[in-house]
Design a protein around this ligand. Structure first.
Ligand SMILES: Cc1cc2nc3c(=O)[nH]c(=O)nc-3n(C[C@H](O)[C@H](O)[C@H](O)COP(=O)(O)OP(=O)(O)OC[C@H]3O[C@@H](n4cnc5c(N)ncnc54)[C@H](O)[C@@H]3O)c2cc1C
Length: 398
């Protein structure tokens, strides 16, 4: 009797709230598209509307000013936004960092950060990747050394999204370096620590990397030069950040899947609409040809599979399942959702003929956004490695 595929009343309410909210923005889609895609400006108005509707408080328990509805609520909101062709990556980053604080931070830290997130006043970025440590997190070199009541942070991060728009970033640093691990015979998972770092701190220098793929957000290389981070901004215990980090990456993958699922809904809808109107031969729309119908029907079937995996992963996270189990479903959901989104955009572009490349129809922008999801936040290959090793029990190849 426990199996139930219906959204709860609260989740349906979130869906309707976001639906109504986005419909208000829909007439200004062109203005938004120009702002987020061409000018790379952060859509503050959209963020404010989300916060006003209580969406940013979905994950935050009532005692810290939120509604405590959980990750599934945020998944519903992201999926709904995506299904209208809207999205903002900073909701994903802020959500994952907030969950990390909620599950691993001190009481004082929760009280300091979480109410601001619930009110939409605080935005967070996430800084993990380094020039020599992308897929291989354990190789990261950014170091934090404790000196009295503060840590001194030095090193470099790259491809970090939205640091210019965020208030704080969650920085993953080494408090025990790789050389020190080798000397002491410690495992590579030891020595990582997580910090909330004020983006305006002295000693931080930002360099824009011209990149494509994320609406309204730029990517940066960040240089940390003896940045002072108060000791109370350490999340959890020094050197013990690995487990908290990997548990934080699960919600990121689930929310990336939600964005991909929503985008697929949007572009499949656009393709069907266009195919129903466009006439090329005789007096019938191109949508009557099975050559156009079948690829879209295939996308729809694969999309429903991705949606199920995405909800299963979010449900398991909210239920407090073992993080390794959540990780399996989160990785599968992200993989499947990214692949179906890429396929769906490709089919939507093909359905539109030459207009698939026009700015007027805007589909080509979704190509960049969906294609990115095969590479980030985790690459397709690293997911396949994970499933091969941890689910199929095959040898680790790297
Ligand atoms: C637009 C954009 C935004 C981003 N935002 C952020 C952000 O906000 N914060 C952040 O921390 N990072 C961010 N990233 C970084 C992103 O997470 C990394 O680019 C991604 O994890 C891959 O790391 P890498 O680029 O170092 O690739 P590499 O690790 O150098 O890998 C290169 C290729 O080799 C493959 N490969 C590597 N090892 C193996 C193996 N063992 N088996 C099979 N294949 C393998 C990879 O899958 C990949 O295809 C962003 C990236 C982009 C492009």
């Amino acid at each position: 009797m426990a199996m139930d595929f219906e959204l709860s009343e609260e989740h349906k309410m979130i869906q309707k709230t976001v639906d109504d909210m986005i419909k208000r923005f829909a007439p200004r889609r062109e203005e938004f598209r120009k702002m987020v895609l061409k000018e790379k400006k952060f859509p503050q108005e959209l963020w404010d509307a989300l916060a006003e509707a209580g969406i940013m408080g979905s994950l935050i328990p009532a005692e810290y000013g939120g509604t405590g509805l959980g990750l599934t609520a945020m998944v519903v909101a992201s999926e709904t936004m995506g299904s209208h062709g809207f999205g903002t990556a900073l909701t994903i980053l802020t959500t994952m960092d907030s969950l990390c604080i909620l599950r691993n931070g001190s009481e004082e830290m929760k009280r300091r950060f979480l109410p601001g997130v619930a009110q939409g006043k605080l935005k967070f970025a996430f800084a993990l990747t380094e020039p020599d440590a992308g897929s291989n997190t354990f190789r990261l070199k950014t170091v934090a050394r404790k000196n009295g009541s503060a840590y001194s942070l030095s090193g470099q991060k790259t491809f970090i999204t939205g640091v210019d728009a965020a208030d704080y970033m969650l920085v993953v640093a080494r408090t025990t370096t790789v050389d020190e691990l080798a000397k002491q015979g410690l495992p590579k998972a030891f020595g990582l620590s997580l910090f909330m770092v004020d983006c305006k701190s002295k000693g931080i220098e930002l360099q824009v990397i011209p990149t494509h793929g994320i609406e309204g957000m730029r990517q940066f290389t960040i240089f940390f030069d003896d940045v002072k981070v108060p000791a109370e901004n350490l999340i959890g215990q020094e050197n013990m950040g690995s487990m908290a980090l990997f548990n934080t990456l699960n919600p990121e993958r689930i929310l990336a899947a939600a964005t991909a699922v929503g985008m697929s809904d949007y572009v499949i809808g656009k393709a069907v609409e266009y195919a129903s109107q466009r006439k090329v031969f005789r007096d019938q729309p191109i949508g009557v040809y099975q050559g156009l119908q079948h690829p879209l029907a295939e996308c729809k079937i694969e999309l429903e599979g991705a949606r199920l995996l995405m909800y299963k992963a979010a449900w398991a996270f909210d239920k407090g399942f073992d993080p390794a189990q959540v990780g399996t479903w989160a990785n599968m959901a992200k993989y499947q959702a990214a692949e179906v989104a890429i396929k769906s955009v490709d089919r939507a572009i093909q359905t539109h003929g030459g207009y698939g490349f026009s700015e007027e129809y805007g589909l080509i922008y979704y190509w960049e956004g969906t294609r990115l999801l095969r590479t980030a936040p985790i690459s397709k290959e690293m997911i396949l490695n994970y499933i091969s090793e941890h689910v199929l029990g095959m040898p680790r190849s790297y």
